[in-house]
Design a protein around this ligand. Sequence first.
Ligand code: AMP
Ligand code: FES
Ligand code: ZN
Ligand code: ZN
Length: 306
Amino acid sequence: MHVPSKCRVCREPAIIDLPRHNANFCAEHFLELCRRQVTKAIEQWKLLDHDDRILVAVSGGKDSLAVWDLLIELGYRADGLYVGLGIGDYSDVSADHARAFARSRDLHLIEISLRGEYGYDIPTAAKATRRVPCSACGLSKRHLFDKAAIDGGYTALVTGHNLDDEAAVLLGNTLRWEIDYLARQLPLLPARDGFPKKVKPLVRLTERETAAWCVVRGIDYLVDECPMAVGNKHLHHKATLNAIEAESPGSKASFYLNFVERMAPLLAGRLADDREALGTCAECGAPTSGEVCAFCRLVTIASAHE
Ligand code: AMP
Ligand code: FES
Ligand code: ZN
Ligand code: ZN
């Protein structure tokens, strides 16, 4: 006979099982757990203050809508930023989800279009650079997030990176011992000349949990993954970690969270070294180690390629 599982807190019927916490939860107590994990992350790593002016980068997917929703619920002031990447229908639909959420909560959403403002899109940039789309995409997003935050006078830039994202990137960087990338893989990067403070408040939640947050809260998010990212290494690393997690629940969280607690402090010197070498881009003024920043070089190559 099937015995319905019960919420660990109130013993009412559960809606989700979380083997990592060795427990099941009803809707109300699941939301409570998510709020607690985000609050714990914010307090543990001093990610945000209530007087921060926050800009949340929103893609229309579950993670970024969940983090925006959570921060507003927890009493923070946060606007959204959507970057139109020009990836066909995928981008059109993702914009619709970001706008609909902002409208439903009466929140302010800033929109930037790569094609409209810089004369290229991600598929064109991928062809022009002859590299995987994710590299031009990541470079463009990072630059535009920083610029929008600085230009808008925001004190914190928030992204929706979750535990699965961070653990997968950590695995990739560890397999290659990318020490400089590892040193920067933190839930908080403080502001420095020309860069805003960067914060990842969802690193204590898995993607299954952020999806469930959206479902329970009635947030209509874009379920599809980016069509250009299909088959990338990041997705393989996620699958690998999920296989390990299934054998041994809690491994993913301890891999990432113990890295932050035990290993990252040993790499702190690398972050400081990195700091000294930056000048400003001759074209856009952004911080860079070269004369012209990588984004301006990409714009030149991609906008000339049709
Ligand atoms: P990704 O790089 O696609 O894994 O996304 C990581 C985070 O970047 C998301 O959680 C969002 O916070 C942000 N993001 C991704 N795509 C966009 C976009 N088109 N516009 C604004 N923010 C985005
Ligand atoms: Fe960047 Fe797909 S979202 S390549
Ligand atoms: Zn309950
Ligand atoms: Zn530049």
